[in-house]
Ligand binder design. Structure first.
Ligand code: SF4
Length: 344
């Protein structure tokens, strides 16, 4: 029987994806951005963000020189904002320390912000065709099913087994195609909820297929009850129909993004912003839940209309009046997008 890699490459030559935007005019810069965007997001969602991002920041230098607010603005809606902050930091490091040229060894790439072992390997393999092994979510799913690797891939011993298997399968030649091929197999055939095994070249030996355990593999993360936190957000609206936002601290949840004031009693907030005594109407909106990796946040939005004449910028650092018509280029937290959608 021919090797796993040969059969995968045969399948890729006929069915692989060769027209993704980052596969055209290929450069390390484009591949790097696509790999970061694809880390926790599906291809179809990534494509319009990628195209817009590349229009706005066509070169590494343009990204390095941009304001973080503008970078976050173009990431708004894609989630996991640490990726955008790290992308921006890495652009600056590469310009300052590497003269604007990405280092193309896995070790040097892994030392850059936001680039882990699999992403570093993907960049090396795709951009240089040098042998490097990836293990992203798609590959984990294919390996778990094909080889019957049970257990949650986030578990150290399961991850170790997967890395060993992935290393053993990586060929010496056509590494760039192989890397794309195994990601494509996971993304287009061996999908999470409805794998199309009838079209897969690996049915004869696939453990999951032959034992009908596709749904059980890869193993799920053991369920833990996540803590629930609560907060009240104040949506202060002036008579120009603008909303008061304040910038979050640079690290922590929603780091560097702009959100509604929260975790501060309304009276204190209004005093701090010199808006005391200027409320004309106050209404509690429907609560909703925002789930993070480690906890749920139950949010109660309170819409506060201010008396006429409060349209000027608030004289407090880190705040601004915002409306979606204003085209201000800042990154918004998910609750802002959601609440503005409800209000507007
Ligand atoms: S046969 Fe089905 S479960 Fe097995 S690798 Fe192929 S698509 Fe995945």
């Amino acid at each position: 029987m021919t090797s796993f890699a040969d059969r995968l490459l045969d399948w890729f030559d006929q069915h692989g994806r060769k027209h993704l935007p980052w596969q055209q005019d290929m450069s390390v810069y484009r591949v790097w951005i696509s790999e970061i965007m694809l880390q926790q997001t599906q291809v179809n969602t990534v494509i319009p963000y990628f195209e817009n991002f590349l229009r706005t920041f066509p070169t590494l230098v343009s990204l390095a020189e941009a304001d973080q607010d503008v970078v976050l603005h173009h990431w708004t809606g894609l989630g996991y904002y640490a990726r955008a902050r790290n992308l921006h930091k890495t652009a600056r490091v590469v310009v300052e320390q590497y003269n604007g040229e990405f280092p193309l060894t896995a070790t040097e790439l892994e030392a850059l912000p936001g680039i882990g072992r699999s992403t570093a390997a993907a960049i090396v393999a795709i951009c240089t065709n040098q042998r490097a092994t990836i293990l992203d979510g798609n590959v984990k799913r294919v390996l778990a099913r094909h080889f019957g690797i049970f257990g949650w891939p986030g578990d150290t011993s399961v991850a170790k087994t997967m890395w060993q298997q992935a290393e053993a399968l990586t060929p010496e030649t056509r590494v760039a195609d192989y890397t794309q091929a195994i990601m494509d197999l996971g993304a287009t055939l061996c999908t999470r909820s409805s794998p199309r095994c009838e079209a897969c070249p690996f049915t004869p030996e696939c453990v999951a297929f032959n034992t009908n355990q596709q749904a059980a593999l890869p193993g799920r993360k053991p369920k833990k009850d996540m803590p629930v936190r609560t907060t009240t957000m104040f949506i202060l609206e002036n008579d120009a129909g603008e909303y008061l936002l304040q910038q979050r601290p640079p690290s922590g949840i929603w780091g560097g993004l702009w959100g509604f004031p929260q975790d501060e009693p309304l009276e204190e907030l209004l005093t701090r912003l010199q808006l005391r005594g200027l409320i004309s109407q106050q209404e509690e909106l429907a609560s909703f839940r925002n789930t993070f990796t480690h906890f749920h946040l139950d949010i109660t939005p309170v819409h506060v209309r201010l008396s006429p004449g409060i349209g000027e910028p608030v004289p407090v650092n880190g705040t601004c009046w915002y409306s979606s018509r204003s085209k201000t280029e800042i990154g918004l937290t998910r609750p802002v997008t959601r609440i503005l959608g409800m209000l507007e």
